[in-house]
Design a protein around this ligand. Sequence first.
Ligand code: SF4
Length: 235
Amino acid sequence: MSESEYCPGCSHSHLQGLLREIFQERGLTERLMGVVGAGCSQDLGKYFDFPVIKAPPGLAPAVAAGIKRTTPDRLVFTYQGDGDLGSRGLDALIHAALRGDSITVLCLNNQVMAGSGGQMSITTRTGQVTTSTRLGRSTARAGSPLKLAEMVARLPVAFSQRVSLHESDFVKRARLALRDAFDYQENGQGLSFVEVLGICPPYWHQSPEEAQQSLKQSLVRHNPAGIFKGVTMIR
Ligand code: SF4
């Protein structure tokens, strides 16, 4: 396992720390298989000992579905950013959901294409400055951002929730959501999806602290946390 190469404050480090705790607590590591695509999320395999497969950009849900069908005892999940999942490969997610594949799809949504230089992604907030929207995303020019968790909930999936990592109460809820997502897969109930709002300080042109504040505002104004499909498992 390597030392983290993510930028200071990067939410990938935070999210992967949560996943590590959950996997260890629940003794899942032996059965896990991760699938990544393009972008900063593709480094997942450097930090975990279970197998992580690299899919072509955007196609992680399709690859994960194939693995699950051939090795149903595996717990198979994709680990993607909003750029890979939403901008490059939304169709792969939609097809997996329509087929009812029992996989878990995790998306760290930092609202920018971090892996390719900080361009606008499909979830970039209106007004957000990126390297391809220097004056801020304009709805007139670029349309509206996609709300991933709400969109996924309209498909025949088992579970869709949006969580955030900006404050400890939200982190607790994120932890439960991640556990729930794997429980849905264990129960063979169909696709489970968790959108995790996070930060990318360098491409938000902010310090990690400023970026956490921006994330909080985004949550209130644009991307409310919540369960959009399914229920929290009773514990
Ligand atoms: S560019 Fe952004 S997403 Fe990529 S490692 Fe740095 S902070 Fe994380």
